[in-house]
Ligand binder design. Sequence first.
Ligand code: SF4
Length: 234
Amino acid sequence: MPENKPKKLTSKEPLLEYDIPDNQHNFDRVWALLKEEYPDAKPSLNYRNPLELLVATILSAQSTDVQINRVTENLFKKYRTAEDYASADIRELEVDIYSTGFYKNKAKNLKAATQLLVERYDGEVPDTMDELVTLPGVGRKTANIVLARAFGVIEGIAVDTHVKRVSGRLGFTRHTGPEKIEQDLISLARKEDLDSISMTLIYHGRKVCQARKPRCHVCVVKELCPSSIIFIGE
Ligand code: SF4
């Protein structure tokens, strides 16, 4: 554990709240402990095909998997093909996904994305990163999830708010943009681990390294984490 508490940053400085020292040399040890702690870290969204996974992942922004599963249980009965979403009345679609939050934006993206699927891909979800990120509402995070879960293609690491926070606190990245964080993690991880890094960090972020009050005293990597001194000392 570092001896000196890192300097607190002003709001104009780029990293997280503190100037967390680089800790990339400890990645393998931290990763081994986290993998052991969360051996079954898997996404819990329900879906039966690539289209349902794409829809569920677009809806999951700023929501929980439990909430999305509640909504998609009925949604997937009503909308079965890309054409069903593409031709849906936008107000009706908004009502159908209302409880996922940000429903207006999500409905707009769902319609636009599925219209593109119908126009360009015969209603099917494409299986490459380059094609997926052309769909409205689909960034690298969503594309990585769809590629890995629907097609078994491991292209990169999905970076959400938990992955961003946890990897920053652990000193694995000094970046705040998802694409650069993804590149930092890819450079540290073994290829065979790329698929599980995102969900493992998400589990750790949800259960222990929580945004407001990280539970450092029960954290399995506290001895290797440069941020533990900040939070335990507070
Ligand atoms: S020691 Fe604290 S800050 Fe570091 S990973 Fe664990 S919970 Fe997060």
